[in-house]
Design a protein around this ligand. Structure first.
Ligand code: ADP
Length: 173
């Protein structure tokens, strides 16, 4: 039987319960699932370093035998071939995700027709959840319960506190 290995690419800055919902669904469907952090210098400064994002993802997926965490630079299709992956997993939260995701999936198919993009929907309660929203709520000290795992919430609180301390420091002459 053909083995299906899938790549789940994203920024994961930080990983949310929405991402984890998709990872849990994906690992039941595929033989192997590689969660791959995209290192895209065009995307501006991330809140968490690559290593921090990797560590959080690894901790949250440690109990899933067929899931590994990695990072990649450059074209996703090149990375898929390098990893012998035949599928890409992407999440669709709302209609607003669809247009961008369709464009990406069709372009990726043009670049590499051997790789299929598979879309999955998260549980409804995560359909409004994104890393950007989580970062925003955290920056204003809002409640993060149910949006991210406890470990990620802790990291967020500490990062926001240290950022705040750095900006309120009185400059020395
Ligand atoms: P990007 O930088 O492309 O937005 P993300 O890390 O935010 O990367 O997301 C990676 C993938 O996870 C994308 O396919 C995105 O649609 C999906 N995703 C993000 N949040 C959720 C969620 N709450 N539910 C389902 N899929 C999600």
């Amino acid at each position: 039987m053909k083995q299906i290995a899938a790549i789940y690419p994203g920024s994961f800055d930080p990983v949310t319960n929405g991402h984890l919902d998709l990872i849990h669904r994906g690992c039941k469907l595929f033989d192997r699932l590689i969660v791959a952090i995209a290192c895209n210098p065009d995307k501006g400064d991330p809140l968490f370093s690559l290593d921090e994002r990797k560590e959080m993802l690894k901790a949250m997926t440690a109990d899933l035998d067929n899931v590994t965490v990695d990072a990649f630079e450059g074209l996703l299709m090149t990375y898929c071939i390098e990893k012998n992956a035949n599928a890409v997993l992407r999440g669709i939260r709302a209609v607003s995700d669809y247009e961008f995701e369709l464009q990406m999936a069709l372009m990726n198919r043009k670049i590499e027709p051997r790789v299929e993009t598979v879309f999955m929907m998260p549980a409804e309660k995560y359909s409004y959840l994104s890393s950007r929203i989580v970062r925003e709520i955290a920056s204003f000290g809002g409640p993060l319960t149910g949006l991210v795992p406890d470990l990620v919430e802790e990291h967020l609180r500490r990062r926001i506190e240290s950022k705040r301390a750095a900006t309120t420091e009185i400059p020395t002459k």
